[in-house]
Design a protein around this ligand. Structure first.
Ligand code: SF4
Length: 271
């Protein structure tokens, strides 16, 4: 696979060398743009049979996690039947947890509601709270660069090249503290309804609170990343949050490999 000059610039901006060993190992499964065949042929090893039934409470070993249904959304019949306009209004007016009293505004989501890709982050930070959009600031720029290197964007474009981005928690915790379990639980139906409305073909869970909300796993991100999980019939890839990558640049190559794995999983599911 050849990288265009634009892609090389984007990888460089991420702190990755296009032909560094980690990147080279990750590109084999990626769909080459414009029909270019990948140079490498070895496919990543993805555990397809070692299934941890997250909802049965079986101990997780860092193997693949499958989530087959959405019981909490079904339990909340009001949210489960909402369309986009109603859902956005409900989030805007939501007072279900204490964060309603400290937020500037809720951060609903951004992107094409028919996007093939969906990214789930954690909670809004200061800039997201002020702008009302997820993944802005330095972490957002890094995410946009990583997406652009695969030809993806949260901006305009065809659904197959677009991402829809939402957070697990819609309102900023004060001083960016970690979300409380009760806050994640109260907010989860909104996220699950967003996923149902978007119907993405592949999902990325970025950071441990996104993982906890979607996969109901307390395994560290480092043990769950690098494999394809299944979430309501679609592939889900766990990876590091861009804010973490800014503090731990050595893990950027792993995050890039996760993004490439997601592209491969999408292609495999729709070959
Ligand atoms: S964080 Fe979620 S549950 Fe809490 S007030 Fe905001 S929208 Fe409502």
């Amino acid at each position: 696979m050849r990288w265009t000059e634009r892609q090389q610039r984007q990888l460089h901006a991420m702190g990755l060398r296009p032909w560094g060993p980690a990147v080279r190992a990750s590109i084999a499964p990626v769909i080459a743009e414009a029909g270019e065949a990948p140079e490498a042929t070895q496919q990543p090893v993805v555990a397809a049979t070692a299934v941890t039934a997250a909802r049965t409470g079986a101990p997780s070993t860092g193997a693949e996690v499958r989530v087959e249904s959405l019981p909490r959304v079904e339990a909340d019949a009001g949210i489960a039947s909402m369309g986009w306009t109603e859902l956005a209004r409900a989030v805007s007016n939501c007072q279900l947890c204490g964060l309603a009293g400290t937020r500037t505004q809720p951060v609903f989501g951004v992107g094409n509601p028919q996007a093939h890709w969906m990214i789930v982050g954690e909670a809004p930070g200061e800039q997201e709270d002020l702008r009302g959009e997820p993944f802005v600031g330095a972490a957002g720029q890094l995410l946009d660069q990583m997406l652009a290197a695969l030809g993806l964007s949260r901006e305009a474009g065809p659904p197959q090249r677009q991402v829809y981005i939402a957070n697990t928690l819609k309102c900023r915790p004060p001083r960016n503290r970690n979300p409380e379990p009760v806050e994640l639980q109260q907010c989860q139906p909104y996220l699950l309804r967003q996923v149902e409305l978007v119907q993405p073909r592949v999902m990325l869970a970025m950071g441990r609170f996104a993982v906890q909300s979607l996969l109901e796993s307390t395994e560290p991100v480092g043990r769950l990343r690098g494999r394809v999980h299944r979430w309501c019939g679609r592939p889900l890839i766990v990876t590091y949050h861009p804010a973490y990558l800014l503090r731990n640049p050595a893990d950027k190559a792993r995050a890039w490999a996760d993004l490439c794995l997601a592209a491969h999983a999408l292609r495999s599911d729709h070959a």
